[in-house]
Design a protein around this ligand. Sequence first.
Ligand code: ACO
Length: 327
Amino acid sequence: MNAYIKSIGTYIPERRVTNDELAKTMDTSDEWIRSHTGIGSRHIADKSMNTADIAIKAAEVALERGGVKAEELDMIILTTATPDYVGFPATACIVQDKLGASNAGAFDLTAGCTGFVYGLEVAKNFLKSGHMKNILLVSAEMLTQIANWEDRNTAVLFGDGAGAVVVSTSDDDISGIDDTILKADGSGSYALERKVGGVAHPYEEGKTTWADTALYMDGQAVYKFAVKVNTQLISSLMERNNLTIDDIKWIVPHQANERILQAAAKRLKLSMDKFFLNLEEYANTSSASIPLALNDLYEKGELKRGDKLLLTGFGAGLTYGGAIIRW
Ligand code: ACO
């Protein structure tokens, strides 16, 4: 039995905000954002939409393209840093209900921006257990809702979006999820956090401000970590699978900052041409960024069955992880 990505779908909010537009209300510039990150714009979801809503829109496309009915799903795994509710109910359960996935279990998976890579491995192992045939893995993020728009250090980096895949069993061996590395380094948990609102630092009447509950990031700590782990993940995955860079059609990394990937590519002596990037358009969409990139490749006709792809992710936790898949 083999587990593979059967189909993919995404949802990108219509509203596109360029760097120049941001610079009208914030002390920043297109030149600074592009030169420090590679980001040119981001898409921002309508206030009327929740994370479950954008997840459903992406899921509907993936189900339709895969010819899979919602009732045929055995499990829904939803990765997000912006759940609709704190703690419970899981956003995945809202998606399960609204999709009409009447036979599916549903849960949220929290692994920061590495969520999609973690989710792939979890889905694969559910399928390998032999009890399930179709799993919806959906990564949906509305980071613009938790960004502090008074803080130019972080707010300019993020965008909203959702990417979904149907992961299914297959009888042939053309496509598959071949190898995964999943890691964490919780000593860096302070570097990306929402400081207030959880059990550790609860909301305090009259004391807590909205900014306390917003996303906080130590950008330079995350930057150094990201360069190191991207380098490690790419070299370890290639080495332990006996692959050369020519065996890999695309490296599809978490899209946080082009400079992080340039630094990793330089250390590995790899050409940037191997890396597929779309962060110029969407900015950092956390765990949705890898499926958004895969979908862009798919829609550009850049993927054919059996193509080897190397995925890498890193993010809050700190977590990191990578995978070798055959499309
Ligand atoms: N516009 C203009 N100036 C800015 C902006 C902005 N948007 N943001 C910061 N600056 C200024 C700073 O105030 C600082 O000015 P100063 O020298 O007068 O104090 C100057 O630019 C340099 O600031 P640095 O923080 O040193 O900038 P750096 O080159 O390190 O870039 C960045 C910052 C882009 C955040 C970088 O550290 C980075 O990419 N870190 C990793 C971020 C990341 O990957 N996050 C995602 C992780 S996980 C997830 O996806 C949720």
